[in-house]
Design a protein around this ligand. Structure first.
Ligand code: ADP
Ligand code: ZN
Length: 219
């Protein structure tokens, strides 16, 4: 029997490893990965109309307006035929409710991975984060490139994210605790979502293995 299409929703504080784990899954499965942060930062870099609209929110660590991100993500959901990973959406209960209504219109299995990380580890994770414009991400200590500051896959020079400043990190952490954590309550109460809590305070391959085991057990 053909398996139902799946949506994996990654929820966790900034720096908990959502992007890192999602990127690994895209290499292991035939799956589409959509990171709201990545999509919006690309718009800002390309100075599109949308990018100009959301630039100030991103700079200060605020959430972009619900209508803007919902529209983008619903579009991805409808156009993709494969399994999907959502990273950074939904980030508050309003977004979770509107996504829930979209999902009710389609046949799709819903899995939520909550990745946890103690607050005191967040700053170190984010300050050490580097990325390449080709999409690969690194950490100077935990996941360094072979050659210092040079991308393993394409040879370009690595970059630091503009929001890797301690006041912005504190702001994003605050929003996570105030708004995004409530999204987990919503999913717990709903019952239509399989919820899996993952301890993000372990090495990248160990976490990847656990997520893989969960995915393999899905029917
Ligand atoms: P998020 O997408 O949740 O904001 P990232 O995937 O960007 O988090 O990870 C933040 C930083 O921490 C990156 O530099 C990444 O390489 C590093 N990292 C991710 N997972 C781990 C881990 N399990 N242990 C150590 N460092 C990690
Ligand atoms: Zn690269």
């Amino acid at each position: 029997m053909k398996q139902k299409r799946k949506l994996f929703i990654f929820i966790g504080p900034p720096g908990s490893g959502k992007g890192t784990q999602a990127e690994l899954l895209t290499r292991e499965y035939n799956i589409n990965y959509f990171s709201v942060g990545e999509i919006l930062r690309t718009e800002v870099r390309n100075k599109t109309k949308l990018g100009r609209e959301v630039a100030a929110y991103l700079r200060s660590g605020q959430l972009a307006p619900d209508e803007v991100v919902s529209k983008i993500m619903f579009g991805k959901l409808k156009r993709s035929r494969k399994d999907i990973i959502f990273d950074g959406f939904p980030r508050n209960v309003d977004q979770a409710v509107s996504l829930d209504m979209e999902l009710d219109k389609m046949k799709i299995q819903r899995v939520v991975f909550e990745i946890t990380l103690p607050t005191k580890k967040i700053v170190e994770r984010i300050m050490g984060r580097r990325y390449c414009v080709c999409g690969k991400t690194y950490h100077i200590k935990h996941n360094p490139p072979v050659r210092n500051n040079v991308c393993d896959s394409c040879g370009r020079r690595l970059k630091t994210r503009a929001d890797a400043k301690s006041d912005v990190i504190v702001k994003r952490q605050e929003i996570y605790l105030l708004q995004t954590a409530k999204v987990l309550h919503f999913y717990k109460a709903d019952g239509g979502y399989l919820l899996k809590k993952i301890n993000g305070d372990r090495t990248i391959p160990v976490i990847n293995q656990e997520i893989n085991n969960i995915i393999k057990e899905l029917k």
